[in-house]
Design a protein around this ligand. Sequence first.
Ligand code: SAH
Length: 215
Amino acid sequence: MKDTYRHKGLRRRMVDALRQRGIADEAVLAAMGAVPRHYFLDKAFEEHAYDDKPFPIGNQQTISQPFTVAYQTSLLDVHARDRVLEIGTGSGYQAAVLAALGAKVYTLERQEALFQQAKSLLDEMGFSGIRCLFRDGTKGLPEFAPFDKILVTAGALVVPEALKEQLAVGGVLVIPVGEEVQYMYKITRLSQTEYKEDILDAFRFVPFLEGVQRK
Ligand code: SAH
């Protein structure tokens, strides 16, 4: 793994392009400027690692495009030491961006092959603040709840109740919901019993599926 001047230059251009597209959260832009996205992609796509595009990561899954990562991360409003649950580890890139913001990250993946690949990469990169687990994220991670923030990076048909219950009061859940197209939902827990729901822009995600898939 090498992070060359060329990679750094391309990354700076990616961040400028995100700012142009309306991402205004400078902390998020700085985190994305710090994490080498090309480490998370197959060698075949390395040349394009800093284009604003999703790429296949194997097992019919994709690494989200940078704009989507920036959009979801901005909505979460992550602060240092926040306890963040991510569902859909995939390549591990989004988890790395959350850790670069100073969060304590728990990330769940239902496909064993992807879980193992992301875990070893994040370990190799020295991300000690990320805990990777091979789990079905529809149930959340009750033994480590409550979370300040929960981020789902796959498209759900409904919002799992378990995830709302595992939010701390004042916490935020960001989840794309819908069948063909998903609308980004930002759900804030106002009290023990009340939630506020904001429905935002449309995206396309790979499906949020129940159960785990072993190798
Ligand atoms: N955040 C990822 C994007 C991955 S794509 C990245 O930065 O690369 C979505 C991922 O969600 C896929 O890897 C898919 O296997 C996973 N996924 C889908 N349903 C899931 C579930 N119920 N629990 C955990 N992971 C799930």
